[in-house]
Design a protein around this ligand. Structure first.
Ligand SMILES: Cc1cc2nc3c(=O)[nH]c(=O)nc-3n(C[C@H](O)[C@H](O)[C@H](O)COP(=O)(O)OP(=O)(O)OC[C@H]3O[C@@H](n4cnc5c(N)ncnc54)[C@H](O)[C@@H]3O)c2cc1C
Ligand code: FES
Length: 255
């Protein structure tokens, strides 16, 4: 059930270059069930910035009614968000969208592949998969060492490999360079990151069931404004709305 209301910030800190981890508390957390869903945040009480900003749910703690987001300061909205302090409130709409299906079998070997600010939604997914005894191999790609976050947290769930484009930490190159070095083949994979990375991951793991989380510019976040439409591989003008049909789609759906 989608809820909208004020939530209080309980923790907020910079964890990598321009990357912030924010934990908020409130009753809305009880509605957050599926990893990979997102919230839509109204940044300011006044009319600017007008549109809400979509941010993924990174971690859900039902016992304390808290959930955590990780965001990178990009433009005006996230810059204003980064100035908020513990004790301040933010207007949160969510949970929105369809997240990752959680397979629940110790027979499964899942690859989790994240790129940059696409890493956060994989964290709650990893928690759920670990509860089901799923074996995980995790690959996280960043531009540079200063951008890396949550390496230690993911290591708790399985073999964790880091790649950086400039080679300053982990394997030099892209997540697909690390994929090519691995001996094992996954039974399922999950990925979130830039479109180009998602397409490269799909191509590197053909014939394996995969679930990919897409980002698209958004307006309403609930399927009403068509701001977030994406063409599908069916062609002929067929499209999906990333906010309400996704953001997670099966591999092979998005063109
Ligand atoms: C489903 C989903 C989950 C996301 N999860 C995260 C996350 O966990 N952490 C994170 O840092 N970022 C995430 N993003 C991207 C984030 O929404 C944008 O970086 C953010 O909206 C930029 O806002 P801004 O005001 O700083 O930038 P501006 O450039 O000032 O934003 C202007 C407008 O563009 C939209 N916009 C800009 N970039 C994007 C983008 N990449 N995707 C969608 N809309 C965009 C904004 O919503 C706003 O309406 C997610 C996006 C989507 C669609
Ligand atoms: S953002 Fe309005 S339809 Fe998706």
């Amino acid at each position: 059930m989608i809820r909208t209301g004020l939530m209080e910030i309980v923790r907020h800190k910079e964890i990598a270059d321009r990357v912030f981890e924010m934990t908020v508390i409130g009753q809305q957390t009880t509605a957050m069930q599926q990893p990979g869903q997102f919230v839509h945040i109204r940044i300011a009480e006044h009319s600017e910035p007008l549109l809400r900003r979509p941010i993924s749910i990174c971690s859900i703690e039902q016992e304390t009614l808290e959930f955590t987001m990780i965001y990178r300061v990009d433009g005006r909205g996230t810059q204003l968000l980064s100035q908020k302090r513990p004790g301040d409130s933010i207007d949160v709409m969510g949970p929105l969208g369809n997240g990752f299906p959680v397979v629940a079998s110790p027979e499964v070997h899942a690859f989790l592949i994240g790129g940059g600010i696409g890493v956060p939604p994989l964290y709650e997914l990893a928690k759920r998969l670990a509860e089901s005894g799923v074996k995980m191999t995790i690959i996280l790609g960043f531009q540079s060492k200063k951008d890396v976050f949550y390496e230690e947290q993911f290591k708790e769930f399985g073999d964790t490999f880091i790649t950086t484009v400039d080679g300053s930490h982990g394997l030099p190159g892209y997540v697909t360079d690390q994929l090519a070095l691995l001996q094992e083949v996954p039974s399922i994979y999950y990925s979130c990151g830039p479109h180009a990375m998602l397409h490269a991951v799909e191509a590197a793991l053909p014939n394996i069931p995969g679930f990919l989380s897409y980002e698209q510019r958004m307006g309403c976040g609930i399927g009403a404004c068509f701001a977030c439409v994406c063409p599908t591989t069916k062609g002929n003008g067929d499209y999906v709305k990333v906010c309400s049909d996704g953001p997670v789609f099966q591999a092979g759906v998005i063109a």
